[in-house]
Design a protein around this ligand. Structure first.
Ligand code: NAD
Length: 306
């Protein structure tokens, strides 16, 4: 397969604009499309903001790259090599969209879905060419987290997997390819295991919210960024691990439902930053401040770890 040179990002909400800006930086001609004209309009500002962050990260700007915005889907897909799909996480919507776009793309065009956990095998059902569909899971914020999960479906061709691995390397990210499809893939399985235990500790009254965040940030988060889990097991010693896991695993949360505290907040409309409050309260000024602080810290940490 020749090098991919044109990409179309479908969906310009939280993830699409950052993905598009990163791909353009690596020299691809990127077209962004959204069914919602306001989202497409907002994407222009987001791409500008992301470009500033990429400058601070000193990400090289390859020749030939650029971003354009298109409100007609067929025009956005014209002569594209890869569709990076970032529309809402609904199986029916993604599947319907893939069925429709098959008539608007060339037979070789790859359909790479940024789904957080739906298997490509399911997304490809009913397509004329299911071998072109693959999971390509970016982490949020997509312009800052340099790791993509690649999840081939049962019918995905090795050429398609290879092309997405190469493209991931080309944008300077680490491709991590799964050997089989599991719900939530790897990143979200690990994250949700952490979240389940954190919320169980809060629900059981073991610790308050601020204490929990401090504990995990410095006790686990900071350390894991430098010494990841398997290396940490070797560092701690497998005698220590097996003896602690021997009694502790039995006591850890195995909650099959959802945390009561989180569910109650959700029912009250407290969804987090997007509604001005979730576990904590946020003023518009605080939200802006947090966004800037977090982006700056992620840039600094990534530079330190590179
Ligand atoms: N937000 C995250 O943290 C995150 C992280 C990793 C992966 N993902 C995945 O990425 C995908 C997108 O998530 P998001 O958070 O950016 O969603 P979002 O809701 O912020 O944005 C989705 C965009 O898609 C548009 N859209 C809806 N239907 C469309 C269609 N048929 N064609 C084109 N555009 C359409 C919407 O108007 C909206 O602007 C989901 O599959 C999600 O699971 C999200």
């Amino acid at each position: 397969m020749t090098e991919l040179s044109r990409a179309t990002v479908l969906g310009t909400g939280t993830m699409g604009p950052g993905m598009g800006a990163v791909l353009a930086r690596a020299g691809l001609q990127v077209t962004l499309f959204d069914v919602n004209p306001e989202a497409l309009e907002r994407a222009q500002g987001m791409v500008g903001m992301v470009e500033g962050v990429l400058d601070r990260l000193e990400v090289p700007k390859r020749d030939g790259g650029g971003v354009s915005y298109e409100s007609e889907r067929a025009a956005a897909l014209d002569s594209t090599d890869v569709v990076a799909e970032a529309i809402p996480e609904q199986l029916k919507l993604k599947r319907q969209t893939f069925l429709e776009i098959e008539d608007e793309i060339s037979p070789e065009t790859i359909i790479a879905s940024n789904t957080s956990g739906i298997p490509a095998t399911k997304l490809a059902q009913g397509l004329q060419r299911p071998e072109r569909v693959i999971g390509w899971h970016w982490s949020n914020p997509p312009h800052l987290i340099p790791m993509n999960e690649i999840i081939p479906g049962e019918q995905t061709s090795p050429e398609v997997t290879n092309a997405i691995q190469q493209l991931t390397r080309r944008i300077g990210y680490h491709p991590v390819t799964l050997k089989k499809e599991v719900p939530g893939f790897v990143e979200n399985r690990v994250l949700y295991a952490i979240m389940r235990e954190c919320l169980a500790l809060v629900d059981e009254g073991v610790i308050d919210l601020e204490g929990l965040d401090l504990n995990v940030k410095w006790g686990i988060g900071y350390k894991l960024a430098v010494v990841p889990p398997i290396q940490l097991l070797d560092m701690a010693g497998l005698d220590i691990y097996t003896s602690v896991a021997g009694y502790l695993n039995r006591d850890l949360s195995d909650e099959k439902g959802v945390s009561k505290t989180a569910a109650d907040l959700k029912d009250k409309g407290r969804l987090g930053i997007k509604t001005g409050g979730g576990f904590f309260d946020y003023t518009p000024e605080r939200i802006k401040e947090l966004q800037q602080q977090r982006a700056a810290a992620l840039v600094a940490v990534r530079k330190a770890l590179d």
